[in-house]
Design a protein around this ligand. Sequence first.
Ligand code: PHE
Ligand code: ZN
Ligand code: ZN
Ligand code: ZN
Length: 295
Amino acid sequence: GAEAVVIFNQGNDPTREGVVVGTLGEDHGVTVPVVGASFANGASLASAGSTAHVQVIPSETRTDYNVIAELPGKNRNNVVMAGSHLDSVTEGPGINDNGSGSAAILETALTLAKSKPQNTLRFAWWGAEEEGLIGSAAYVAELSQAEKDKIALYLNYDMVGSPNYIFQVYDADQSSFPAPVVVPEGSTAIEDLFESYYTLKKQPYDDAEFSGRSDYQAFIEAGIPSGGLFTGAEVVKTEQQATIWGGTAGASFDPCYHQACDNIGNLDRKALEINSDLIAFAQLTYAFSTESVNG
Ligand code: PHE
Ligand code: ZN
Ligand code: ZN
Ligand code: ZN
C-alpha cells in the first residue's frame, strides 16, 4: 500500500478502518482501509489531532499513465506547465474531481495550439492522483536537474467547477506545508496573478490551503514555483461564504465529492466558465513572460 500521513479523529485502532479527517497525499473525509500504522512519540494509538503514518490499501492495482502535451515556444528552455489529474476515485465518474480541471486545460491547450509563444507550454493530465499523487510524483522524480531547471512554474487545477463553489487560490504566502518543505519564492506572484484576475472580473476570492493535497506537491518539493485554483470539496459552506458567493450554507462545496453522483450535473457552469477563462489567461500571460515569477 501507499505511505500516507493521516490525521485521525480519535483513538482509532490502526489495524481497522479509520475515519480520516485530514491527510497528506490522500483524501480528506473518506474512510481509508488501513493495514499498518505507527504514531508519533511511540504511542500505540493516535490521539485527537495527532499525526499517524499509516499504510492504506490501494483501491485498485493496475498500470496508469500521465498524458503530456507540449507546444514549443521560441524559448525551449523556459517551460510553463499546467496540470490536472485525469483519474477519478473508483466510486464515481469524477466530473468535478477532476474532469473540470482536465477539460479546462484541454480547452486552453487547443486554443493556444496554433500560436508560437515565447515560452514553451507543457500540459499534463496526471494519472493516479487519487492513489496518492502517484503520476505527478513519478513525473518529477524522473526529471533530471537540468529538466527541472527549465520549468519556470507549475499551475495545478484540481476541482474548479464545484456545484456549491467558492473561488479559492492556493495560498503561497501563508502555506502550511510541513517542515522542511519551503514554498519556492515566485509562488506568491502566481497567487497574485490569479487574484488580480478575480478582482478584474469583480469576483470574490479567498485563500485555499496550500499544503500538498494535490499534484503540485512534487513541484514544490523540487523548488519549482507553483500555484493553482480550487472551488472546494467536502468542507461545508458557512453562512458568511453563502452571503459572498451565493449557494447553500450548511452543504458541502461539492456534496458529491468522491461519490457516484459526481456526474455531468455536478458542476456550477458559471464557476467553471470563469475559472476556464482564468486558466487560459494565466497560461497566456506566462506564455509571454515568466519574469514576475522567476525574476
Ligand atoms: N486532491 C483532492 C482530490 O483529488 C482535491 C483537493 C484539491 C483537495 C485541492 C484540497 C485541495 O480529491
Ligand atoms: Zn479526489
Ligand atoms: Zn482531485
Ligand atoms: Zn495568500
